[in-house]
Design a protein around this ligand. Structure first.
Ligand SMILES: Cc1cc2nc3c(=O)[nH]c(=O)nc-3n(C[C@H](O)[C@H](O)[C@H](O)COP(=O)(O)OP(=O)(O)OC[C@H]3O[C@@H](n4cnc5c(N)ncnc54)[C@H](O)[C@@H]3O)c2cc1C
Length: 434
């Protein structure tokens, strides 16, 4: 049986769901097709879901700041009924160490000033008031565990930090996606689960819909690739990779959960931390645990994988992350039973996303989110809905890239920043920090 929609969104992660929501609010009859059994079960489910406002580009920071307001006013964004249970924004703030590697955050502070983002400088003494258990010695550059100099201080200390109160994390990311799914359904959207897209038929260079692995054909003049770590498979399926200068690949990532040493109520003092000297970021995790992620130092190898077939067991990456935090936090113990998660980033060459149209009429992509776009999902939903409207009404986005006026702050972003045709952005940190 054939069905017809105005737009099909491949994927129902946090970004796919947000795009379905915004297009439905514009009156389009949309369908999110998801191969897993529920919304947000893909890479979104293991996201650290950190909301932070420091990025290496002005547009990156601006999008994050705009997105922050949707998380803060989550019920309003969702137009949720009073009784609905919602994911929680733990607004504990973010503490970013000033290090030689990030040049004391000089560039990020220029962007934060330009956008009126609130922050304060913290001296090392002030950091130690909240984190008396920290050793602020410098250990950079990061080393692998087999390096004989691993753990040796390299001289001097970090140079204080920047604390921004407007940040934190969402608990939990899968539930937040479910919130958006329900909002989208209230706006008229449909979701189809346990259904894998296996072909994207085209005619005369225009997309026609999707074909599922059970043989069902669904027609639509617009198809959007929001398939996360599977995005390159989907682009190749339709031939949209023909003109792309920026590509996407699935990168394996481990996140460690380590118990806080006895006697410390970490949740009472802790916020999100980013420490480029120790090469880890952290946030509080339920059960008095600390979540530890990697800031991808150059000494670590990148494991690109087939998203349908990769190792889900913890490896040395888990251990090195925990040990790197252990340099900063010497009382931290490594438990016998390793906890955390193994999942995939969908990474571009410059660790910045692609939000764009394509060389196939009616085919769009929101992918390459490079481990750092959970926070932007509500903004991306709106940006993509505008972009689709812009292109479908005859505008040439490649020739005249669309601008987008953010709703919550006075800033217009140029979507050329997120084009598939861009040159590699040399301002990037080339890491998860974007
Ligand atoms: C370990 C980790 C930590 C992270 N931490 C942060 C953070 O702290 N802050 C932050 O802002 N971002 C973070 N991110 C990034 C953020 O989580 C992602 O950018 C975001 O979740 C991507 O959402 P998505 O909807 O694009 O993709 P996904 O959630 O991956 O959804 C894509 C969906 O497409 C489906 N799909 C794929 N192929 C097909 C097909 N052929 N047919 C049907 N369905 C298909 C998949 O099943 C999947 O559910 C992190 C990511 C990871 C993995």
């Amino acid at each position: 049986m054939t069905k017809n929609y105005d737009a099909i969104i491949i994927g129902a992660g946090i970004i796919g769901a947000a795009i379905g929501y915004e297009l439905s609010k514009k009156g389009l009859h949309t369908l999110n097709v998801e191969m897993l059994p529920a919304a947000g079960y893909g890479s979104t489910s293991n996201s650290c879901a950190i909301i932070r406002l420091y990025y290496s580009t002005l547009d990156g920071s601006a999008m994050a700041y705009d997105g922050y307001y949707y998380w803060r006013e989550w019920a309003d964004y969702l137009e949720a009924p009073k009784e609905e249970q919602l994911a929680k924004f733990h607004e504990c703030g973010t503490l970013v160490m000033k290090t030689k590697l990030n040049d004391g955050l000089r560039k990020q502070l220029v962007f934060m000033d330009a956008l009126d983002i609130c922050y304060e400088h913290r001296s090392n003494a002030q950091i130690l008031e909240n984190y008396p258990f920290y050793d602020l010695s410098s250990f950079a550059p990061a080393k692998t565990l087999d390096d004989p100099n691993f753990g040796e201080p390299t001289g001097g200390q970090i140079d204080g930090a920047i604390f921004s109160p407007n940040g934190g994390y969402i608990s939990d990311p899968q539930f937040a996606t479910r919130n958006i799914q329900l909002a989208a359904e209230r706006a008229g959207a449909a979701f189809l689960f346990n259904s894998r897209v296996k072909e994207i038929p085209t005619k005369n260079g225009s997309v026609e819909g999707v074909l599922l692995s059970d043989g069902t054909r669904i027609n639509a003049p617009v198809v959007i690739n929001v398939a996360g770590p599977h995005s390159s498979q989907i682009n190749a399926m339709v031939g949209a990779d023909a003109d792309m200068k920026i590509s996407t690949r699935a990168l394996r990532q481990e996140v460690a959960h380590v118990p806080v040493p006895k006697g410390i109520d970490y949740s009472a003092v802790a916020c999100v931390t980013s420490d480029s000297d120790a090469a880890v970021y952290t946030r509080p995790e339920v059960g008095n645990n600390i979540l530890i992620g990697s800031e991808d130092p150059p000494c670590d190898s990148h494991i690109f994988v087939d998203p349908d077939n990769y190792d889900l067991n913890f490896s040395n990456q888990w251990t090195v992350q925990a040990q790197r935090l252990g340099l900063r936090f010497p009382d931290l113990g490594i438990p016998g039973k390793l906890k955390g998660c193994v999942d995939l980033y969908d990474v571009t060459e410059d660790w910045m996303p692609i939000y764009d149209s394509s060389c196939i009429e009616g085919y769009f992509m929101a992918c390459g989110t490079s481990g750092n776009q959970f926070k932007n999902a509500p903004v991306v939903g709106k940006v993509m809905a505008e972009l689709i409207e812009y292109c479908e009404s005859g505008n040439d986005h490649d020739g005249e890239p669309m601008g987008y006026q953010l709703e919550n702050i006075d800033h217009e972003i140029s979507l050329a920043t997120f084009s598939r045709l861009r040159e590699i952005n040399q301002n990037s940190t080339f890491s998860v920090l974007g």
